[in-house]
Design a protein around this ligand. Sequence first.
Ligand SMILES: Cc1cc2nc3c(=O)[nH]c(=O)nc-3n(C[C@H](O)[C@H](O)[C@H](O)COP(=O)(O)OP(=O)(O)OC[C@H]3O[C@@H](n4cnc5c(N)ncnc54)[C@H](O)[C@@H]3O)c2cc1C
Ligand code: FES
Ligand code: FES
Length: 473
Amino acid sequence: MIKFILNNQTIKTEKEEGSSLLDFIRTEMHLTATKIGCREGDCGACTVLEGRLVDGVLTYKSIVSCLTPLANAHAKHIVTVEGLNLDDLSPVQNAMSESSATQCGFCTPGFVVALTGHLLSSHNSAAVNSLSGNICRCTGYKSIEKAAGKVDELKQNLLFGSEIEQMIKEGWLPDYFSGIKNRLVEIEAIMTDMDGILISGGTDIMVQQADGLRHKKFVRAGDFITDNVTEENGNIKIGAGITINDFFRNRLIMEHLPQLSEFLPLIASEQIRNMGTLAGNIVNASPIGDISIMLLAFNSSLVLENKDSRQRQLALKDFFVSYKKTRLKPDEIIKHILISADMDMNFNFEKVSKRTYLDIASVNTSLGITVDNKLIKEVYFSAGGVAAVPKFMLQSSGFLKGKELSIPTLESVLPVIQSEISPISDIRGGSIYKRLLLRQLFLQHFLKLFPDEFEQKDLLNIMITNSLHDEKY
Ligand SMILES: Cc1cc2nc3c(=O)[nH]c(=O)nc-3n(C[C@H](O)[C@H](O)[C@H](O)COP(=O)(O)OP(=O)(O)OC[C@H]3O[C@@H](n4cnc5c(N)ncnc54)[C@H](O)[C@@H]3O)c2cc1C
Ligand code: FES
Ligand code: FES
């Protein structure tokens, strides 16, 4: 049985675990303010809040209900816009109204819920960033940005960050929120049935298989893998169930891999990053998976565990076999991801997609590199969209290791890069275009990481003198 709290109502349901939370909210509960737009996580019309207890603290984040299997609502507090309503407009609703940020109103519940999620969150980014997964076809966005600015002002006035009690006192949240923590404690958090399809955030599997999953049983990976990040035996040990947002915002990760944070906005949207996990991104094995491409350049390893709790360790670069095929055995899960804690590397990530935000890559690439006295000591170069798997560029990385950091070195590795990849033409670009992109992005890594060593004009010269000939590929 699935048990959760929907707004102020405790729900106990035997509905299919694989049916979507969106359908449950609208069809079973008749809460129709949560809208159906794309059903693929792209538009944000179905945004709801998910509250859960993290180390005894009730925390909320925005998620898309269309990609949330009902099983993932278990032991959570799900909040729709109806559950945020007060006698008067809430301050977020007021900010939208005063800024003329709503016209036809179809998208408005999603925006209100996403902005309230921001108000409830403990991170300090601007409120407008919490709307990266919400689309409006009417307003032209300026008025919505204005409303987000008002939410920033509200958040600054909160005395203790985002304390729920304080928000209730201010009249920003309904009173029933004060009882939610104790009500969640009453629900056994773990679903004990261990037979079915493994699911983490659902953002991949619910899109790929949609209706096919409705009648299937699910095993929630989050019930037996952690999302903790610790430092152990010289490694940063990352619970593979960590969401993309929690990974990038984790204190240890920010301390050890400070270069990562600038790339967060390039991945999916706030809601998808609140749901999608590192494990899901890796097992999905998409040739353009951003997280896999980044982790390859940190020389990461995976800890895999089977049903008998037996563990083995595998380098991420050896995990991917062929298109969507990995070395994960049928009875195994990814338990942890390991990155050396002593790694003192320069890191860069580049991604070219049709849109800058909320789009998947045509080509993406990462470079992790250590240079000492102008000699390349360590180098981990990865590329996506240029092979059947997220590719660790073994030959190119090997070629660069030990070489001088210089224009001739960069020039001489370009043919190695081209010999190592096999892009195909598809909706995201032709094969020659992708070859060109990877060459450009590879050079861009060096321009960005070593601005004192390389000038744009030198790298442009390399590009011109190393043109790619169609007939060769
Ligand atoms: C709108 C949208 C935008 C997106 N944008 C991006 C983007 O910009 N960049 C990007 O890289 N991706 C993007 N994605 C893809 C997706 O969000 C990510 O790949 C995400 O990390 C998947 O994680 P998940 O937890 O949701 O996976 P799930 O859907 O839960 O699972 C995916 C697969 O992994 C398996 N699995 C899950 N956990 C484990 C485990 N611990 N051990 C073994 N197997 C496991 C599942 O059985 C399933 O086969 C986007 C998706 C959507 C819907
Ligand atoms: S319906 Fe578009 S994100 Fe859910
Ligand atoms: S107000 Fe009409 S879609 Fe946003």
